[in-house]
Design a protein around this ligand. Sequence first.
Ligand code: 4NP
Length: 150
Amino acid sequence: MVCLGNICRSPMAEGILRHKLDQHDINAGVDSAGFEPFHKGDPPDRRSVEITRKYGIDISGTRSRLFNVSDFDHYDKIFVMDKRNYMDVMYEARNEDDKEKVDFLLNQINPKSKNEVPDPYYGGNEGFENVFRLINQACDRIIIDLRTSK
Ligand code: 4NP
């Protein structure tokens, strides 16, 4: 799961998907990363921690890290939150195999829509509610796909 700062959206996406994988007893690795080094090593934004906690998920232990080209080797899918993240990840892709791994997270809900999970950093709490709702829906679809492809 990739966003810009790796403190608001992608840590939520990582925590929500991991929670659902555990619930469905699916053995799959999930992680998150960003491209903006300003918050490197930081825990998630307090508002992301609070909203996910409200839904029974603890993301307080994650720390912001930068995307690394080796992530293409470690993961089958790279989900991005918005168009900027898409450009950033695609720029790092070494070949067609890498590029094929990259997709907008919300394409899981509406294929090929390229809809974005909006950056909630400078907004209020309602932005985080909206982000949670969108990511949660998308992760439900990921779980359905994984279960049907078993
Ligand atoms: P995120 O939000 O990409 O969802 O983690 C942001 C958080 C911090 C910054 C940008 C986006 N920042 O530039 O500090």
